[in-house]
Design a protein around this ligand. Structure first.
Ligand SMILES: [Fe+2]
Ligand SMILES: [Fe+2]
Length: 470
């Protein structure tokens, strides 16, 4: 493994110094990135000292250092996981052949599109979250937000490296476009819908990091299987960082549940209006947020039936997450029973891979739910949080616009329209959540709607001053 030379302008383990053309191209892109960060990264706080983790190697036991950094001085670097010797293509029609170190001509545009689509989500989420710092529930949370933000910035670097290194002039143009599209922009929006919705409160942020970053995890896992080895290695290292993003979501929602249970105990009631009056998030309201973000994130997997996903798999570009856990890696002739509004259909497995991914994603989502429900159960309440049916509120695929309840029942359109406010946050719900968003920046203090975390970052106490405001 190449060591990191921190005197380099761009920390990297890809021997950038040996490729002057590539190095110059990236050094040309770097000021554009920094400019983007200043304008569309976290609003304010750019001169604050933030206790951040910085990737400095890909060593399994010690890949990062921690310390106070001003965000614009963060060392965004390029890191690929170590190569696997003699790695072979693990799925599809070319299974068993050596992986590719260069992009095969016939897959050039498809691979570029896959990389651009992934790359676009990274800066998009930073843009979506740029105002959240103003209403942080604690310095601990503020630091976590910024940690996620700088790492999404690094993930953009990861994709831009691939574009610059392997896609020539087209790649360089795409790298510029990644900074030209903006979340929610009327003329140049981000590619995927979910990444154009602003995240204006911390409950949404926790849900986003729980559900949407987890979609990211599944996309990265499937790209980590790719026959294009530099993409595989890049994604494998990104997954290491991604784990923290989902930790922020899972523990964030867990802390909301914990605080709500305390308030329910104190007041001796489960009544939503009384819980809200006490400044906490009632559990039915949390359920609405889960319904909203889960259903919105499920769309990111694409249509249930997709000839693109079939071709990407057959050609070895994109596998299934954890491909090695399956027995059949070719899938010619395999079938899947797919539930559609018209009934169960047999479809070729190759065409249903988006659905396969969606199912394994949902299983992963259940883990947090179980933990939160255990806390509710232990506190002696019958309420249970749940994931909505994957057919609920879909805006892509065979369930698009079908009026389905979160329990998965098809109902008349009229009833659905009347009841949708029971299932996802209404304007009044959102206004209430916004009213809770009061900035708390005294070290160790927490906003009243969220419990403190069980422990601090990197073995530091919860009371540590994670962000020194200037
Ligand atoms: Fe990311
Ligand atoms: Fe992430």
């Amino acid at each position: 493994m190449a060591a990191i030379n921190y005197s380099d302008k761009i920390p990297n383990n890809v021997n950038l110094a040996n490729d002057r053309t590539l190095q110059r191209a990236l050094e040309h892109w770097q000021p554009h990135f920094l400019d983007w960060w200043q304008h569309l990264g976290p609003k304010d706080f750019q001169s604050a000292d933030v206790y951040l983790r910085t990737a400095t190697s890909v060593d399994a036991d010690g890949w990062a250092t921690y310390g106070a950094v001003k965000m614009p001085q963060y060392r965004w670097g390029i890191f690929l996981a170590d190569p696997v010797a003699e790695r072979k293509i693990g799925f599809g029609d070319n299974m068993g052949q050596p992986v590719w170190q260069q992009v095969p001509g016939e897959f050039r545009s498809t691979l570029r599109r896959l990389i651009v689509t992934q790359g676009d989500t990274e800066p998009a989420s930073v843009e979506q979250q740029r105002l959240l710092g103003h209403t942080c529930p604690s310095l601990y949370d503020l630091r976590n937000l910024f940690q996620v933000n700088v790492e999404e910035g690094r993930h953009l670097w990861a994709m831009v490296y691939l574009l610059h290194a392997y896609f020539g002039r087209d790649g360089r143009e795409e790298a510029e476009e990644l900074l030209a599209r903006h979340s929610g922009d009327a003329d140049k929006p981000r590619i995927l819908t979910t990444f154009n919705e602003p995240i204006s409160d911390w409950l949404s942020f926790y849900c986003f990091t729980y559900f949407t970053d987890r979609d990211g995890k599944y996309q990265l896992k499937s790209l980590a299987e790719s026959a294009f080895d530099p993409l595989s290695r890049t994604c494998r290292f990104m997954l290491t960082e991604e784990a923290h993003h989902m930790f922020v979501g899972e523990t964030g929602i867990g802390r909301v549940v914990k605080r709500t249970l305390e308030v329910m105990k104190e007041l001796g009631t489960e009544h939503p209006a009384r819980i809200r009056a006490a400044g906490a998030v009632d559990l039915p309201l949390l359920q609405k947020y889960l319904n909203f973000w889960c259903s919105s994130s499920l769309d990111l997997f694409g249509s249930e039936i997709s000839s693109n996903s079939a071709a990407n798999f057959a050609n070895g570009l994109k596998g299934r997450p954890d491909e090695s856990q399956y027995e059949d890696h070719v899938l010619r002739g395999a079938q899947l029973k797919l539930e559609t509004p018209e009934g169960v259909q047999d479809v070729p497995m190759l065409n249903a891979l988006n659905e396969v991914m969606r199912e394994s994603y949902l299983k992963d989502c259940e883990i947090g739910l179980k933990r939160w429900n255990r806390a509710i159960e232990r506190a002696g309440y019958a309420f249970r949080l749940s994931l909505p049916s994957p057919h609920f509120r879909r805006s892509i695929g065979s369930w698009v616009n079908v009026p389905v309840t979160p329990e998965g029942k098809i109902i008349p359109r009229e009833e659905y329209d009347k009841r949708i406010g029971e299932w996802i946050p209404t304007e009044a719900d959102r206004a209430f959540v916004r009213s809770l968003m009061q900035r708390v920046v005294e070290p160790g203090k927490m906003a009243g709607w969220v419990a403190p975390p069980e422990r601090g970052i990197n073995n530091l106490p919860v009371e540590y001053e994670y962000v020194k405001l200037s």
